[in-house]
Design a protein around this ligand. Structure first.
Ligand code: UN1
Length: 516
């Protein structure tokens, strides 16, 4: 199936010794000569691909070519650029299953969720097509006689996209589709755990480009490489915006480099998302939302639910139904129907989960369900774990950290103000939710003194955001917004124009400046 999609896209990619090309620039591809990068499928830890890293000189050459292509691309009218994205969208629809197959193979997320991710890719394409006719600025009343003020939005240039393993296609699409309609060229350094997803997306785009003979070929590039390759892209003044998704630690490093060269940044970093379940909540609905948010993608979404604040009056009921639901979660091969939870991404990730579980007990928490590695009825080699429920008191240090694994902390609360303040008392600020039937509680939670996150939901879980909204969060989450709403503005530069048609030269602020 993996080779199938590449064949469909018109390429038999695998080179002679089983090594894939690691650099894709427009319709060209190059094999690297540097060190070997081997990706393993988390399903069974068997080798899924081998790449060889390219040199930093080659990376710089790519950036140069993208800058040159941008000179042409930015002059193609935006609605015409949108036509390209419409073709990409249709191709993604046509190959939904094949694309989802590669996502499941490389990230280990269940096939159903992988198809959802491709749908997110398709949705953002459709959004970008509409956007291609709506890149407009304001006109502003000038204080001067016969003057006009207006804003124009222009392309930035070349955008560097750095993405994580957990959304190996959708996060690229959020950035790439918007960046392209905005008139930019793109370079993508995907996670080294999910390189085939990146290659497939790039080739899909190239396939779409075949239908547009007048368009420059070199508007997109993918470089499969280690951190060193990412650093070249991040350091280069040839990238006018760096959009990075990943851990807070990674974000801090990138931010230091990009800020030092006064470059533009868009960061979408870790979350530590919470949900409040109030006494008036519809408990059946909250249970379903908790389950998808905490267990979906094996707890490896940046929007995954990590902390659950339950009112003391409903705590026992919620815990009992959660334990029951957690027991019935089917864990196993993510390609198999009816499986709800696949493996976590790596051994390292499992080690981190075990460390967190130890800290929980040391810090007074209690593991009330799960936490064990699953070895029965799952493919051999992969790291399959039981989703884990923990009861713990607010104040435990572990609650400040995001562990990228399916661990859910349950914390009791008595009054809503306290729960909101606990929701806000972590360094991260991505997603949050409240389950309530009380309009005052819902309004308080979404108000200025409510949740301090970028995503604030009522009667919906913390994960599974639609592409139409701006996606991202505050504080250590990095402050960036991707995907919908007016996030496109991050991919463009704003020019304020003042036009004088008065035949005189009046100064603003009433200043007189005449030679007598
Ligand atoms: C991520 O985990 O980086 O809201 C993105 C969601 C998805 C995107 C998650 N639409 O859960």
């Amino acid at each position: 199936m993996t080779q199938n999609i590449f064949k469909v896209l018109g390429l038999n990619l695998l080179e002679k010794d089983g090594v894939y090309p690691s650099l894709f620039m427009g319709d060209e591809k190059s094999l690297g000569e540097g060190r070997k990068l081997t990706a393993h499928s988390p399903i069974d830890m068997k080798k899924s691909s081998v790449f060889r890293e390219v040199s930093t000189i080659q990376v710089n050459d790519v950036l140069k070519k993208l800058n040159i292509a941008n000179e042409k691309w930015r002059m193609i009218p935006a609605p015409k650029r949108g036509e390209l994205i419409r073709v990409v969208s249709n191709l993604a629809r046509e190959h939904k299953n094949e694309l989802a197959h590669i996502i499941t193979l490389e990230s280990g997320k269940i096939f159903e969720e992988a198809k959802g991710e491709v749908q997110e890719f398709i949705d953002v394409c459709d959004f970008a097509v509409g956007l291609s006719r709506q890149l407009y600025g304001l006109t502003i009343a000038s204080e001067r006689y016969k003057h006009k003020m207006l804003e124009q939005w222009h392309p930035l240039g070349t955008i560097g996209i750095i993405s994580a393993f957990n959304f190996p296609m959708a996060v690229w699409a959020w950035n790439a589709m918007i960046a392209l309609v905005c008139g930019n060229t793109i370079v993508w350094k995907p996670s080294i755990q999910t390189p085939l997803c990146a290659v497939a997306c790039h080739l899909l785009l190239q396939k779409a480009l075949e239908q547009f003979k007048d368009f420059p070929k070199n508007i997109s590039s993918v470089i499969v490489g280690s951190r060193a390759i990412g650093e070249v892209i991040v350091k280069s003044k040839r990238t006018q915006l760096i959009s990075a998704t990943g851990s807070v630690t990674m974000g801090r490093k990138i931010a230091a480099i990009v800020s030092a060269r006064l470059g533009k940044l868009l960061l979408e970093l870790g979350g530590n998302n919470a949900m409040i379940v109030t006494p008036s909540a519809n408990l059946d609905l909250s249970l379903r939302a908790i389950l998808f948010s905490a267990v979906g993608t094996a707890g490896q979404r940046c929007t995954s639910l990590r902390r659950l604040f339950v009112h003391k009056d409903v705590k026992d009921k919620v815990i009992n139904s959660l334990v029951k639901a957690y027991k019935s979660v089917r864990i196993g091969d993510p390609f198999e129907k009816d499986i709800l939870m696949g493996p976590i991404i790596s051994e390292d990730s499992h080690k981190k989960m075990l460390i967190a579980l130890k800290q929980i007990t040391k810090q007074g928490g209690k593991i009330i369900y799960g936490g064990e590695r699953v070895v029965k009825n799952v493919p051999e080699g992969g790291f399959y774990v039981e989703p884990t429920l923990v009861t713990i008191k607010h104040g435990a240090l572990i609650l400040q950290h995001e562990t990228f694994a399916p661990i859910l902390y349950i914390i009791e609360y008595e009054n809503l103000e306290d729960a909101i303040s606990m929701n806000n008392s972590v360094p991260q600020g991505l997603s949050s939710a409240i389950f309530t039937q009380d309009v005052n509680e819902a309004e308080l939670f979404t108000s200025a003194v409510g949740s301090d996150c970028g995503i604030v939901n009522v009667n919906i879980g913390t994960s599974g955001a639609e592409i139409g909204g701006a996606f991202g969060g505050e504080k250590d989450t990095g402050g960036g917004r991707e995907s919908g709403s007016d996030s496109w503005k991050s991919y463009m530069r704003r020019a304020t124009n003042t036009i004088n048609f008065s035949g005189e030269i009046p100064l603003s602020q009433g200043i007189e400046f005449e030679i007598k």
